[in-house]
Design a protein around this ligand. Structure first.
Ligand code: IPM
Ligand code: MG
Length: 360
């Protein structure tokens, strides 16, 4: 069996971390008897430099023609990069939003797990870290404020900016169904996070999700206000299983959920539509400050590749093997700089990739 993988190396640390994920994929695919063919796709800043825009029609077509896309990261330093002199719709981030929309990737899965080997890196109290946590955030990805009508213009003599937060029931339902399906295979609990005490859109999220919950009698359903959730995540993250939320709340909370694991360099993500196709990327950004130095942590991208094997290619054994190899590597005390602790061995980006391949 041969799969066609689109590869967006992107900007900043993207090319380095994707290189390590491809190294691990090649090793695991030969071990488990399937083939992977890679098609390079330009997106983000590097696409601006080459083609003048962050996302071309060819890039979208190439992504659509693949079984799945593996991505590094896009974007540069907003203060120094010439990309940020362009108007917002031509910047690297617009490419990412564009590809999500073009491929209808409405469900963004962001797991946040505290590895027991990395407890020391967890910024929470020792007692909280000892309890551990394993959260799957399901963030709606193609609606809400990031895709609503927006403009800035003078109204009544005052500069006025408008962003629109809009959801229809079917956008909510399909995201909710994903969350409940996933919870069914995990600890069977969904927490819908919203701001239903203020927002109409949140109230629709509640009523639609409540309906969906009826189809999953074995899954516990609860709701939580977003401000409270921000607090609960640092107070007692072990209470969460699947967290379902709209686009902007998910953007913010997923960074928080990532940080409490100790490093955002550890967390993978999957963006899915209603087919097997998915776009897989680390939760962290392009980290331009450390780009090209071979010090970035490639684990998030390697685990994203594992998610790709599981969700898009049905290669669960190969995906498990990567997960196990990552755990063994950490248990053996191999660390990149961001997760370094006393008595461990500090390795480079490529050193971490090699260490994981050795343990496959
Ligand atoms: C993310 C990022 C993007 C988002 C940005 C780069 C547009 O922060 O994937 O979380 O907000 O979706
Ligand atoms: Mg974000």
């Amino acid at each position: 069996m041969d799969y066609n993988i689109g590869v967006i190396r992107g900007d900043g640390i993207g090319p380095e971390i994707v290189g390590e994920a491809v190294k691990v994929l090649d090793a695991v695919s030969s071990k488990y008897g399937f083939g992977l063919k890679y098609t390079e796709i330009d997106m983000g800043g590097c696409s601006i430099d080459k083609h003048g825009v962050p996302l071309t029609d060819e890039a979208i077509a190439a992504a659509k023609a693949s079984d799945a896309v593996l991505m590094g990261s896009i974007g540069g330093d907003a203060k120094t990069s010439p990309w940020y002199k362009l108007e917002p719709s031509k910047r690297p981030e617009a490419g990412l939003l564009g590809i999500r929309k073009a491929l209808n990737l409405f469900a963004n899965l962001r797991p946040s797990t505290l590895y027991k080997e990395l407890k020391a890196a967890c910024p929470l109290s020792e007692a909280t870290a000892d309890k551990g946590f394993d959260i799957m955030m399901v963030r709606e990805l193609t609606g809400g404020l990031y895709f609503g009508e927006r403009y800035t213009k003078e109204i009544d003599g005052l500069q006025t900016a408008v962003d629109t937060l809009s959801y229809n029931e079917s956008e909510i339902r399909r995201a909710a169904v994903k969350a409940f399906d996933i919870a069914g295979k995990r600890d069977k609990k969904v927490t819908l996070v919203d701001k239903a005490n203020v927002l109409d859109s949140s109230r629709l999220w509640r009523s639609v999700t409540q309906e969906v919950a009826k189809d999953y009698p074995d899954v516990t359903f609860e709701t939580m206000l977003v401000d409270n959730c921000a607090m609960q995540l640092v107070k007692d993250p072990s209470q969460f299983d699947v967290v379902l939320t709209e686009n902007m709340f998910g953007d913010i909370l997923s960074d928080e959920a990532a940080m409490i694991t100790g490093s955002i360099g550890m967390l993978p993500s999957a963006s899915l539509n209603d087919t097997k196709f998915g776009l897989y990327e680390p939760s962290g950004g392009s980290a331009p400050d450390i780009a090209g130095q071979n010090i970035a942590n490639p684990i998030a991208t390697i685990l994203s590749a594992a998610m790709m094997l599981r969700y898009s290619l049905d290669q669960d054994k190969a995906a498990d093997a990567i997960g196990e190899a990552v755990k063994r590597t950490l248990a053996d005390g191999v660390r990149t700089r961001d997760i370094m602790s006393e008595g461990c061995e500090c390795v480079s980006t490529s050193g971490m990739g090699d260490a994981i391949v050795e343990r496959l």
